[in-house]
Ligand binder design. Structure first.
Ligand code: DAH
Length: 339
């Protein structure tokens, strides 16, 4: 019996020595000391041992067991200490090293331009609102005096989701949503993304941004429009900026105009920047067409208003002297970081 126990012990110690991980050690514990282990087998066989020999054999089994346990425990703590040391060595940080550079984000030129435009109009008491990019034909065209067969619909070809739902071609659709709310007077600007099925080039993109403006109140005249846009141009491009209103046509305004500002580079003399013209076109505007008011349940005999639409990219390109719109969308950090 003594030899048998000696043999069990040797085998267990050999297995412990061969173990490389705490998991393997645990397997040794289970197979040697567990319910199905060799030592347990011997204890189970005690009933066949003569009663007078039982205490002696029992004591021998327990002794073997505690020797194996002792070695197991030593191996386990050695192994854990080793693992801990290795981890500490790997995770060492040198707190005296200089900190890594943190890259903080940067405001996009479009957003910078938008912030300037918003600040100017907020300063004049306007509210900033938003309308949906996915729009009903009614809001984008019909309610702005552009019925089904109107040629203006060709100029603003867009992406149709179905016959009635499309991606808006102009933020002017937001005018209709605001008028429909029935709360007067209105003094709002509505910035947002618009879409046209245009090819990409230096001045075109299938998706760009506009800022719409709308004022409706009693006694609003073309003089209010001129005064407002002239203040806007001066705040945006400088105190000496002059504005010029050229007659134009938009279906939803009557009369309509395009607005040029005097070139802020040459002051109007003509230079490379304004292509020798002295003037730079910046927006479209006009007095809200009485029929447009009527369609949104506003009485044109009581109320009148003006509207305007500015291309945001155009403002950003001009202000920050960028000569290709594609640069605004390519997300090249080297370019964007300059603004
Ligand atoms: N929506 C027009 C466009 O995209 C721009 C515009 C012109 C807006 C005149 C207006 C306006 O509100 O009165 O070309």
């Amino acid at each position: 019996m003594k030899e048998k126990l000696e043999q069990i012990k040797e085998e267990a110690l050999a297995q412990i020595r061969a173990s490389k991980t705490p998991e393997q050690l645990n397997e040794v514990r289970v197979s040697q000391l567990g319910k199905k282990g060799a030592l347990t087998e011997i204890l189970k066989g005690m009933k066949d041992v003569a009663p007078e020999d039982r205490p002696r054999i029992g004591a021998l089994v327990n002794e073997t067991r505690s020797e194996i346990e002792k070695v197991l425990e030593e191996a386990r703590s050695r192994m854990e200490a080793h693992i801990r040391d290795a981890r500490l060595a790997k995770e060492t940080i040198d707190v005296t090293l200089p900190a890594e550079n943190m890259n903080v984000g940067h405001v996009h030129p479009n957003m910078r331009a938008l912030k300037e435009v918003e600040d100017i109009f907020i300063g004049m008491g306007y509210e900033v609102v938003e309308g949906p990019e996915v729009e009903r034909d009614y809001y984008n065209f019909e309610a702005l005096n552009i019925p089904a067969d109107h040629p203006a619909k060709d100029e603003q070809d867009t992406f149709y989701i179905n016959g009635d739902i499309l991606l808006r071609t102009q933020t002017s659709s937001t005018q209709v949503h605001e008028m429909e709310k029935g709360k007067l007077p209105i003094r709002m600007i509505a910035p947002g993304r618009v879409f046209r099925s245009d090819e990409v080039d230096a001045t075109h993109s299938p998706s760009f941004h506009q800022v719409e403006g709308l004022v409706i109140d009693k006694h609003i005249t073309f003089a209010d429009l001129k005064g407002t846009l002239s203040v806007f141009a001066k705040e945006l491009f400088g105190e000496d900026t002059r504005v010029k209103f050229r007659p134009h046509h938009f279906p939803f305004t009557e009369p309509s105009a395009e607005v040029d500002v005097s070139c802020f580079k040459c002051g109007g003399k003509g230079c490379r920047f304004c292509k020798g013209e002295g003037w730079i076109e910046i927006l479209g505007c006009g007095m809200v067409h009485p029929h447009v008011l009527e369609m949104s349940n506003i009485d044109p005999n009581e109320y009148s208003g003006f509207a305007f639409g500015v291309g945001l990219e155009r403002i950003a390109l001009l202000k920050y002297e960028i000569d290709d719109m594609r640069l605004l969308y390519e997300n090249d950090i080297r370019f964007l970081k300059q603004f």
